[in-house]
Design a protein around this ligand. Sequence first.
Ligand SMILES: [Mn+2]
Length: 304
Amino acid sequence: LRLLTVASGLGAGDARTAEAPAALMAAGLGARLAALGYDVDRHHLPLSRSDSPSAADEKHAAISDICRAVAGEAADAIASGERMLVLGGDHSIAAGTWAGAARALRHRGPIGLVWIDAHMDAHTPATTPSGNWHGMPIAHLLGEGDAELAALAGDGPALEANAVSIVGVRSYEPDEAALLTRLGVRVIGMDEIVRRGLPAVMSDALAIARRASAGFGISLDIDAIDPLAAPGVGTPVAGGITPADLRAALAGIAAALDCLGLEVVELNPARDIGHRTRDLVLALIEHAFATADLAGRAFPAAAE
Ligand SMILES: [Mn+2]
């Protein structure tokens, strides 16, 4: 298991999400993965600590550097036959993670993705109201937006729209919805989750991701979860997915043979209440990578 920790919050409004990997490791993540039987190979980014850039062009250069490095790590992990657990940091790194995986598997076919998030993350530099790069990674993975970030997968976009869905959406701008509609990405909003239940929509999302022949990934933005249960995020939106529903939906998923890996982003320890969000993230990761034995265990006992 390639555990890639990315201590960067450059793409977020509140950069303290960079502290998430250290918080998760200090709380025993490595031992938990080892207890599940994984041989954990940890790599860490960024390799050097730079001053936080403030000018827009400096920030763009820094984000590009990190995403390129993340893509290199992901491509290397997948080419080596390793499964991935990528821990952010903010969600802008996803433009690197899945571009790298796609690049490594291009000879076999396309990859699919299930994106779980309160937001669409489908802005481009031309439409973003905040200028924050964590609101744009889906656009980059689909070949839109910033030319440098959209090119990280090598020949062509990282993802084809018909193998991507976004689950849990309840906050977005019209430009994002228009882009996703134009490209044909399935967006599963909270209203649909309330109506049909998370198991039914996750089944749809997995079927969409598995249209791609070379495997699929999961990108989990912790703000998809209801902020009453997961307050430790930079951009909380009321009315999200319950921890119990998400635990059940993710159980064993990252251990599936055709799953390339799980990315978990936007945990912000500085905004947590107690260690509520951190402990929830640990339990979700553990359940996602576990086989049926652990998936059946009472929740969230694993976090205590
Ligand atoms: Mn996100």
